[in-house]
Write a protein of this length. Structure first.
Lengths: 811, 115
C-alpha cells in the first residue's frame, strides 16, 4: 500500500471506527480524537483538541484514557486495561488499548488510546460466574442433603456393586461407607434376592419404584422393615448406568404411625359415640345409638348387631334390641341411601337423641324373641361368665356356637363382646357381617372391646337413671297423695312447688299458685306475715312447728317449716307441711269446754247447794209429815212434797242446761272488758268509798269470749273488793308486753299469806268465811281456755297483784 | 248397824238421821270434815253418807282419808250437785244426788250393808 492510500485508509478508520480513539501527548493533552469519542467525553471531538484529558473524561464517564496511558508512556509497551463506569446504575465496561507513538529520538511522545465498549461481554461473563457459583452451591447442598439425610441413599451399578453410601445408609444398615463401597448389595436378605433382580430388571427398563415396603438386612443380621424408592441413574447420553435407592427404616416408625392413626380414628369415633350416648339417659335411645354406631359404615361397620342384657332374676340373656337390614335388598338399599344422603354418624346420633324412638325393624322383632339361659354353655354365656370376647369365624367348626343364633339369624360367623360395667357383665354385644361376609379382624375385636366398655357404662347410666326416674315418680306420687298441704317456698317467699292438697284446698290450679308469693296465696296479704313460721326458718335456718289460725284460709293449721339446703349447703328455701287441724281444734275445744263446764258446774254446784239442800229438807220433812198425818193435813203435806219434787226436777233441768253453755269468741278490746267488769261492781266500790285507779293505755284487741273473760276478771275484782275490809285502793292497768296483753288488778288489802299462795286456784280453797273456794278456780280455767295464764304477787300486809296474761292473736 | 251422816246442812242432817232411825239404824252425824274424820275413827260406822261441799275440807279429801283409814267401810257420796262428770269419786262405793225422795238412798244403804 502506498503512503497516500495508507493515509487515506487510516483516516477512514479513524473517522468511522465505532471505538473512541483519542491521542494524548506526554502532558495528557488531547492531540486528536475521532467522532466516536463523543460517547465517552460527552462533547464533539473538535471541542476536545488541546484540552487536558484528565479534565474531560473523568467528569463524564469515569473512563480515564490518561490512567490507561500512564504505564505506556513510562514503559513504551502497548497496554490494555478494563475500566468500569457505573454512573447510572447499570455498569458500563470499557476496554482501553494504549499504543505508544515514538518520535524520531525514540521517545514515547504520544499515546493513541482505543476505547471499546465491552459491557455486553463483561455482563455475560458475570452471569457465567454467578451460575457457576450457584451450581457449586447447589451441588454442595445436594451432597450435604444426601450425606446428612435421615434416609439411606445408596447407588450401585447395574450389577449391584455399591458406588455410593451416605451416612443415613450407614445408620440404617450398620455398614460404614468404606465397608459398603464396592460390595454386592450387602443389605439385601437372601430370601429377597430374586425380587431384587426383578427390581433390577425394572430399573434397566427405566421404571421407577416408589415407596415400596420391603425388608432389608442390617450388618448384624437383623431384618428391618424399610420403605424403598428405586430409580435408574442415567448418564449424559441417557444410558442407564446404575440404580439409586432411597431407603427409610420404618420398622419402628411404621408401627407407631400406624398405631397412632388407628388409635386416633378409634378414639375420635369412640369419643364421639360415647359422648352422644352420655348425652341421653333414655335406655331405649342409648341402645339404639350403640347398635347404630356398631352397624354404620362410619362407625364400626358391622352388618348386624344385637344387644343382649343379663336378666339376673331369670338368669337369662335377653335380646334388648337388634339393628340390621332384613335382607340383601334392604342392606343394599340402606347403604345406598346412607351414601346418597351423606349422613354421618353424628347426624344419625343426633336423630336418635332427639327423634322418636322406633322399634319396628324386622330384624329388631326377629332378635327380640331371643332368650339364652345362662345355664347353657355357649359363646354368649361364656362371654358373660368369663368376661371374655369371642370371635367365631365359622359357626360350623365352633362347638360353642349358639344354636339359636344360627337357626334364627342364619349367622355363619360372628363376634360377641361382654359389656362390663363396674366389674359386672351387664350384657353382650353381638355382631356379624351376614351380608358382605367380611371377616371380623383382630382390629375389629379390639375396637369392639374398647367400644363395649363405653357402651356398658352408658347403659348402666341409663338404667340407673331409669331407676332414679322411677324413685322420683314414686316420691312424686307420695308427695301428691299426702292429704296435708306440702309446698316449697324460696327464701324470697316464692312458691316453687305444691302438692295436690294445696291446689285442692285453695281451689286454684297449680299454675295459679306456683311462682306467686306465699303470703298472697296462703294468707291473702301484701307483705310477709310475721306469724308465719317460714319467716323464722329463713332467719334462723331451723325447722319450726307452729299452730296458725288463718282467717284467710278459714281454719286452724299446724304448720311445720323446715329449711332445705342443696348439696353445697346453700339455703334454698323451706318446705312446709300444713295440716288442717280445724276439726281437731274443734274437738279440742270441746274437750276444753267440758273442762270449762266443770268450772261452770262449780258455779252451778254452789247454786245447787244453796237451793237443793233446802228443797231436800223441805220435801223430806213434808214426806215425813205426810206419813204421820191424816185427812186434809196429810193431803197438804203430800202437796208440799210433790211440789218440792217438781222444783227438784226443774233444778236438775236448769243445771244440765248450764252445763251445755258454749264458748263464743269475738274481737274485743281488753279495755272494754275491764270497763264492763267495773260497771258490775261500781255501786259496791262507790258505797264503800274505794279508790279506783285506771291506767288503760291504747285499746288492745283480743280474740276471746268476752262473757267468760269478764267472769274471770270479775272474780278477781270481787276478791280485791272483799280483801279491802274497809276501804283502800284498787288499781287496774292494761298494757302490752311482747305479744301478750296484761290486765293487772292490784289492791291495798291484807294480801295472801305465803303458805296459802300455792293453793289459791284449787277448788274449794278459800280464806273467806262465806267463800265457796271456786271463784279463782273458775277464773283460772277461763284464762287457760284462752291460752293465757295468771300471775300472782302478794305479801301479807302489802296487798295483792293479779296479772291476767292473754296472748294477742294477730289476724 | 251404824250410819255416819256427814253434812253441813243441819236440816238435812236431821232428816237423814230420822229417816235412817225409822229404818232401824243407829245414826251418828258430823257437820264438817274435821268432825267427820273424828267420828269415823271414834264411832267406826258400818256405812257413811258424805257430802262434798263442806265448810272446812272438801268431801273428796275426806273420802280419801276415810279410805286410807278403813277401806272396808262403804261410803255413799250424797251431794247437792252431780259432780260425777267433774270430779273423780273413785274411791266411794256409791253416788247419789240428794233428793227429798229418800227411797233410792235407803235401798242403796240396805244393799251395801247386806254385802
Amino acid at each position: 500500500m502506498d503512503a497516500a492510500n495508507s493515509q487515506k485508509f487510516t483516516e477512514v478508520i479513524f473517522t468511522n471506527m465505532r471505538d473512541g480513539i483519542v491521542t494524548l501527548d506526554r502532558d495528557f493533552r488531547i492531540v486528536s480524537a475521532n467522532e466516536s469519542i463523543q460517547r465517552w467525553a460527552g462533547r464533539p471531538a473538535a471541542d476536545l483538541i488541546n484540552r487536558d484529558s484528565r479534565e474531560v473524561f473523568h467528569k463524564v464517564s469515569q473512563i480515564c484514557p490518561h490512567c490507561a496511558a500512564l504505564p505506556a508512556f513510562e514503559t513504551g509497551e502497548i497496554t490494555t486495561v478494563t475500566q468500569k463506569s457505573g454512573n447510572q446504575g447499570t455498569p458500563i465496561y470499557a476496554e482501553l488499548s494504549v499504543y505508544p507513538v515514538r518520535n524520531e529520538r525514540g521517545e514515547v511522545a504520544e499515546c493513541i488510546v482505543f476505547i471499546q465498549d465491552i459491557t455486553d461481554r463483561m455482563l455475560c461473563h458475570d452471569e457465567v460466574l454467578r451460575l457457576y457459583s450457584e451450581m457449586t452451591q447447589t451441588k454442595e447442598y445436594l451432597e450435604s442433603i444426601i450425606e446428612h439425610s435421615a434416609d439411606g441413599i445408596v447407588t450401585s451399578d447395574l450389577n449391584g456393586i455399591i458406588t455410593s453410601w451416605n451416612k443415613g445408609a450407614e445408620r440404617i444398615y450398620g455398614f460404614t461407607k468404606k465397608e459398603a463401597l464396592g460390595q454386592f448389595l450387602p443389605f439385601v436378605p437372601e430370601f429377597l434376592m430374586e425380587t431384587e433382580w426383578e427390581n433390577n430388571r425394572k430399573m434397566r427398563n427405566g421404571e421407577v419404584l416408589e415407596r415400596i415396603e420391603t425388608f432389608r438386612k442390617r450388618k448384624d443380621g437383623t431384618i428391618i422393615s424399610v420403605s424403598l424408592t428405586l430409580s435408574p441413574i442415567k448418564n449424559a447420553v441417557g444410558e442407564i448406568i446404575g440404580i439409586s435407592g432411597i431407603s427409610r427404616d420404618i420398622s419402628e416408625k411404621k408401627n407407631v404411625e400406624k398405631e397412632l392413626i388407628r388409635r386416633n380414628q378409634e378414639l375420635s369415633r369412640l369419643f364421639f359415640i360415647s359422648s352422644a350416648m352420655r348425652g341421653t339417659l333414655d335406655l331405649d335411645r342409648v341402645l339404639r345409638m350403640v347398635l347404630t354406631a356398631v352397624t354404620m359404615g362410619d362407625g364400626l361397620g358391622f352388618n348386624r348387631a344385637i344387644l343382649f342384657l343379663v336378666d339376673e332374676e331369670k338368669n337369662i340373656l335377653r335380646a334388648a334390641m337388634g339393628v340390621g337390614p332384613a335382607s340383601y335388598e334392604e342392606a343394599f338399599h340402606v347403604w345406598e341411601k346412607l351414601s346418597l344422603e351423606k349422613k354421618t354418624l353424628s347426624d344419625i346420633m343426633q336423630e336418635i337423641a332427639v327423634g322418636l324412638t322406633r322399634k319396628d325393624s324386622f330384624f329388631d322383632r326377629l332378635s327380640h324373641s331371643i332368650e339364652i339361659p345362662l345355664t347353657e354353655d355357649t359363646s354368649l354365656t361364656r362371654a358373660v361368665k368369663e368376661q371374655k370376647a369371642f370371635n367365631i369365624d365359622d359357626v360350623g367348626k365352633e362347638p360353642l356356637s349358639d344354636a339359636v343364633l344360627i337357626q334364627q339369624l342364619g349367622t355363619r360367623a360372628f363376634a360377641a363382646v361382654p359389656l362390663i360395667s363396674r366389674n359386672k357383665v351387664i350384657g353382650v354385644l353381638w355382631v356379624d357381617n351376614y351380608f358382605n361376609n367380611r371377616a371380623i379382624t383382630e382390629e375389629d375385636m379390639r375396637f369392639l372391646t374398647a367400644f363395649s366398655n363405653h357402651v356398658a357404662s352408658a347403659i348402666e347410666n341409663a338404667r340407673l337413671f331409669e331407676r332414679v326416674k322411677l324413685a322420683e315418680q314414686e316420691l312424686e306420687n307420695i308427695f301428691e297423695s299426702i292429704s296435708d298441704m306440702v309446698y316449697f317456698v324460696t327464701e324470697d317467699y316464692v312458691v316453687k312447688n305444691i302438692n295436690q292438697a294445696v291446689s285442692k284446698r285453695l281451689g286454684k290450679s297449680p299454675e295459679e299458685i306456683i311462682g306467686k308469693k306465699c303470703y298472697e296465696i296462703f294468707h291473702g296479704m301484701h307483705q310477709p306475715w310475721a306469724a308465719c313460721p317460714h319467716q323464722k326458718t329463713v332467719e334462723r335456718r331451723e325447722a319450726f312447728v307452729q299452730e296458725v289460725e288463718d282467717s284467710h284460709m278459714g281454719g286452724t293449721f299446724i304448720t311445720s317449716s323446715s329449711p332445705i339446703f342443696d348439696i353445697t349447703g346453700k339455703f334454698m328455701g323451706t318446705v312446709h307441711v300444713v295440716s288442717d287441724i280445724t276439726e281437731l281444734k274443734n274437738l279440742r275445744e270441746r274437750v276444753i269446754k267440758t273442762e270449762r263446764m266443770a268450772a261452770l258446774g262449780e258455779v252451778a254446784a254452789r247454786v245447787a247447794h244453796e237451793i237443793r239442800n233446802p228443797l231436800v229438807s223441805l220435801g223430806g220433812f213434808a214426806r215425813r209429815l205426810e206419813k204421820k198425818l191424816n185427812g186434809s193435813m196429810k193431803e197438804y203435806a203430800d202437796i208440799i212434797a210433790k211440789e218440792v219434787g217438781r222444783l227438784e226436777d226443774i233444778l236438775n233441768e236448769i243445771l244440765s242446761f248450764v252445763k251445755e253453755t258454749r264458748i263464743q269468741k269475738e274481737c274485743v278490746a281488753a279495755q272494754k272488758l275491764m270497763e264492763d267488769v267495773i260497771s258490775l261492781v261500781r255501786s259496791e266500790i262507790d258505797d264503800r268509798g274505794i279508790a279506783l285507779v285506771r291506767e288503760f293505755g291504747d285499746p288492745i284487741e283480743l280474740y276471746v269470749d268476752p262473757n267468760r273473760v269478764k267472769d274471770a276478771l270479775l272474780n278477781i275484782v270481787k276478791n280485791a273488793i272483799q280483801a279491802l275490809e274497809n276501804t283502800g285502793t284498787i288499781s287496774l292497768r292494761i298494757y302490752r308486753k311482747d305479744k301478750t296483753c296484761i290486765l293487772e288488778i292490784s289492791d291495798t288489802g291484807p294480801g295472801i299469806a305465803e303458805e296459802d299462795l300455792p293453793f289459791i286456784f284449787d277448788p274449794f280453797y278459800t280464806t273467806k268465811k262465806a267463800g265457796t273456794g271456786l271463784g279463782l278456780t273458775i277464773t283460772h280455767r277461763i284464762i287457760e281456755e284462752h291460752d293465757g295464764r295468771i300471775e300472782v304477787e302478794s305479801k301479807a300486809g302489802k296487798g295483792s297483784i293479779f296479772r291476767v296474761v292473754i296472748p294477742i292473736k294477730e289476724l | 248397824m251404824k250410819i255416819l251422816v256427814v253434812d253441813d246442812d243441819l236440816h238435812i242432817q236431821r232428816l237423814y238421821k230420822e229417816e235412817f232411825e225409822d229404818e232401824g239404824y243407829e245414826v251418828v252425824v258430823a257437820s264438817n270434815g274435821q268432825e267427820a274424820i273424828e267420828m269415823f275413827e271414834k264411832e267406826v260406822p258400818d256405812i257413811v253418807t258424805l257430802d262434798i261441799l263442806l265448810p272446812d275440807v272438801d268431801g273428796i279429801r275426806i273420802l280419801r282419808q276415810m279410805k286410807e283409814k278403813n277401806p272396808k267401810i262403804p261410803i255413799i257420796m250424797s251431794t247437792a250437785y252431780d259432780y260425777r262428770d267433774d270430779f273423780a269419786v273413785w274411791a266411794s262405793e256409791a253416788y247419789i244426788v240428794k233428793s227429798s225422795d229418800m227411797d233410792e238412798l235407803k235401798a242403796m244403804i240396805k244393799k251395801l250393808l247386806s254385802k
